[in-house]
Design a protein around this ligand. Structure first.
Ligand code: FES
Length: 139
């Protein structure tokens, strides 16, 4: 489906937070995805914006909570490795986040995952009138 669609500048992915965008799967379902920084190459990872334990988004519009390279679930506090997506603690222990394939080219993050088409930045409901991803801002 996707053919290396531009998502964002790599610099748009904040340290200690996330950049959120919305993609569409083969069945027309809109899926929120977060970009987070990772110390391993190429420096950014993309994960489906939902905890594996319950229906809980990591980034609800103000950025996911990231500490020491781990994404923290706001509901029960399980922490997921930002690079591997794996969780070894709390309610979500033994699970891993579904990843989304990306590449970085000239400091631009590209969606290269055949399962998804890029729709827009921000969350599912931000497509029509939202100002775009505000995941790195605080209100
Ligand atoms: S919903 Fe994330 S740990 Fe329970």
């Amino acid at each position: 489906m996707a053919d290396a669609t531009e998502i964002a500048d790599r610099s748009a992915v904040p340290a200690g937070g996330s950049y959120r965008f919305t993609a569409e799967d083969a069945f027309g379902n809109e899926t929120e995805v977060i970009l987070v920084l990772c110390e391993e190459s190429p420096g950014v990872r993309a994960w489906v914006n939902n905890c594996t334990h319950e229906d809980q988004r990591f980034d609800a519009g103000r950025g996911a909570a990231i500490r020491d390279g781990e994404i923290i679930c706001p509901r029960h506090g399980s922490m997921f490795d930002a690079c591997s997506g794996e969780c070894d603690n709390g309610e979500a222990s033994g699970t891993a986040l579904p990843g989304v394939d990306i590449e970085i080219e000239d400091d631009t993050v590209l969606l290269t995952d055949d399962r998804y088409d890029y729709l827009h930045d921000g969350g599912v409901n931000d497509g029509d009138d939202g100002p775009g991803s505000t995941s790195h801002l605080s209100f």
